[in-house]
Design a protein around this ligand. Structure first.
Ligand SMILES: Cc1cc2nc3c(=O)[nH]c(=O)nc-3n(C[C@H](O)[C@H](O)[C@H](O)COP(=O)(O)O)c2cc1C
Length: 318
């Protein structure tokens, strides 16, 4: 599984963070890791990312919080989480023994909240780094998403960077007109890596009652339906920035993961795929290994951004 001797090399580097393979569990779909005990050996994963964490505990949105859609699902969990104190006391003791790097996904309602939670987690033993979820309403800017504007992205990421010396990955939202300026703003503010995409905002309606299916009315679309969007954004972003890009969105198989890697992702995250098959991570790692062997490629890193049409397309557009 991933680490077979003399097989192709699966290890990748995200700037300062070294992973034994490029497959991570995405935030919000893998709990705090402990929920998957006995289902998948956590040490087989490249990394795991915990459920989005805020300073204070949050109850989340009213039910229903999930809805199935063709080729995907909508969720409106509302970032329910235990808050930093319970996380450090109750979740970290287990996570320290996970056997793979643990990244903590964080969010806040203001720049100061982001900076404060980053500062308090930055030096904690057993945390390999932070994933900064900027798909949250900026309360001081009237509720528009931090992720929506390059300026607010730059400001919030700069504050987090000043507060935390650890590895920082900034998670971008697909709910923007042009992803590239936003990605460049995060890079300029000091991100070590970028992950994309978060969910696409959507909704579903019960036509008998003419009511929204989700308690929150709108929710985030994930799953196979969003893979083409994620791929396109990873492809665009990875050509524009110098820091590593991590691909997420609709990955359920090794083939899906390989598409992202070829598009330019140095690593990938698996999200709602866990709800279809909780062992999906192991399956994908084995499948990547198999592909590399069959193709005679000695190192997964050499596949990153190897899309053949990319060069020609860019030239023909210029
Ligand atoms: C139920 C659920 C909860 C999620 N919670 C978070 C979260 O707390 N923080 C975050 O950054 N992303 C969260 N996400 C987004 C996923 O990490 C991922 O970016 C998205 O689902 C797209 O990947 P997928 O198609 O593989 O699911 C959540 C997704 C789902 C389905």
């Amino acid at each position: 599984m991933g680490s077979k001797k003399d097989g192709p090399r699966l290890s990748v580097e995200l700037g300062p963070l070294k992973l034994k393979n490029p497959v991570m569990a995405a935030s919000g779909t893998f709990g705090y890791g402990e929920e998957y005990t006995g289902i998948i050996p956590l040490k087989s994963l490249g990394a795991l990312i915990t459920k989005g964490l805020s300073l204070k505990p949050r109850k989340g949105n009213p039910p229903p919080r999930l809805a199935e859609t063709p080729a995907g699902m909508l969720n409106a969990i509302g970032l329910e989480n235990v808050g930093i104190r319970a996380f450090l006391d109750e979740k970290m003791p287990f996570l320290r023994k996970a056997g793979c790097p643990v990244l903590v996904n964080i969010f806040g309602a203001t720049e100061d909240e982001y900076a404060e939670i980053a500062r308090r987690l930055s030096e904690v033993e057993g945390i390999a780094g932070l994933e900064v979820n900027i798909s949250c309403p900026n309360l001081k800017a009237g509720g528009s998403l931090f992720a929506a504007e390059p300026k607010s992205v730059f400001q919030v990421v700069s504050k987090v960077r000043q507060a935390a010396s650890c590895f920082l990955m900034v998670k971008l939202s697909p709910n923007v007109g042009d992803i590239v300026p936003v990605a460049l703003a995060a890079e300029e503010a000091g991100a070590d890596a970028l992950s994309l995409i978060n969910t696409l905002t959507g909704m579903a309606i019960d036509i008998k009652t003419r009511t929204p299916i989700l308690g929150n009315i709108t929710g985030g679309l994930s799953g196979p339906a969003i893979k083409p969007v994620g791929l396109r954004m990873v492809w665009q972003t990875s050509q524009a920035v110098r820091i590593p890009v991590v691909g997420v969105g609709g990955i359920l198989s090794a083939e899906d993961a390989l598409e992202y890697i070829i598009a330019g992702a140095s690593a990938v995250q698996v999200g709602s795929g866990h709800f279809v098959d909780p062992r999906v991570g192991s399956r994908i790692i084995d499948g990547i290994q198999e592909y590399l062997k069959t193709q005679g490629i000695p190192d997964v890193a050499s596949l990153v951004g190897s899309l053949r049409a990319g060069q020609d397309l860019r030239k023909s557009e210029a």
